[in-house]
Design a protein around this ligand. Sequence first.
Ligand code: SF4
Length: 453
Amino acid sequence: MTRKYLIETFGCQMNELDSEKIAGVLDRAGYEEAAGPESADVIVLNTCSVRDKAVQKVYARLGEFRRLKRERPGLCVCVAGCMAQLEPARILARAPCVEVVAGPQKGLLLPELIERARTSGGSVVARRGEPSAEPAETPYIRRRSTYSAWVTISEGCSRRCSFCVVPLARGPERPRPSRRILEEVRALAAEGYVEIILLGQTVNSYRDREAGVGFARLLREAAAVPGIRRIRFTSPHPGDFTDELLETMVSCPAVCNQIHLPVQSGSTRVLRTMLRGYTRERYLDIIRKIRAAARPIAISTDLIVGFPGETERDFEDTLTLLDEVQYDSAFSFKYSPRPDTAALGLEDDVPDEEKGRRLTLLQERQRQIQSARNSRYVGRIVEVLVEGKARSRMALAGRTSDNRIVNFDGPVTPPGSFAEVEITGFGPNSLKGVRVLQAGTVRQAHPPGMEGI
Ligand code: SF4
């Protein structure tokens, strides 16, 4: 009988793509996807270690699978991803139901690791040893979307932000050869994919030394592939932001007019202890250039509150940074100490309650900014890449090039198609509208009042 697998993914888009690769190699090995945990013979938790909350969620889930394993001893529970790399002994001690632990560079070996665990009757741990020069590749990727595809351009990170476990979990940065990346983009276009998202931990530090191709050129060449209507990239590091990249974003219509540029804090003092490699002023210089570009580009960011030593004044600096930048969206979190990071040596001196207060204040300020920015879209017609049924009572949902979610009514059109939508309403996190059948496109124009912001 065909064995069935279930994969649950935690964390970033990099993990989402890794899960698609794990699904691809399991399919290739003769497995089939299960409808749920009850019908699965193999359960893979593809984990994230970036925040303690994500780690605790995984342990809670493993507690549930422990009961399942008692009922069905043949069930094989696997932990993949960053937690598997960083804390295999703790996983096996806290969750004895786990049979396979496979770090981020070992996920593609899961079919054989599962087999080894079955035949040995014990647990199997596979972690990164010496990292290879290039990311592991597989042609077997079970993509969830039929129109939008993630493409790895590099793995790992060679920076050392003091709060971050990624370099420890994923190793130093390893770029893929540009030739292979472009071949993959062309193959995806030939299959009908219209949107590509280039992924790298610090995506814009990409460099194929042998071919002499840097990130801006790679982006330009990928954007020129016929059939690719939209191309995004995540996440760039402010320290690697170049004028050439901005020029590419302005001059290539297929490159989406959106950039996620993590700042983490608005205080230069805190940025120094975070080892981010830039100051508030340098970051704001980049923002000013982006805002002055000939094409309006939406900006989003990541923020941490309550980093060790963050004073009220430092936090105020973060709030004023929000006011100054006017982000289109922001992901914000309370600092949580992570094992083996440099920040662990600093006193975690902002009480949890105070971190919560700062987070609430910051999120409220950002909601107001987002509402104000979204309000300016009312009356505009935007091009939306349809993603499927809306969660709201409206018929469909999709995204604009500048990454705004649009819920809209009108004739149903399949995911992956494009629709012109007139915006009739807004909230802090999305827009709503009505599909217009006679295209009267006002794409890429500055919404009224946004010039030069
Ligand atoms: S740039 Fe910093 S935050 Fe981003 S993955 Fe690398 S170490 Fe982590």
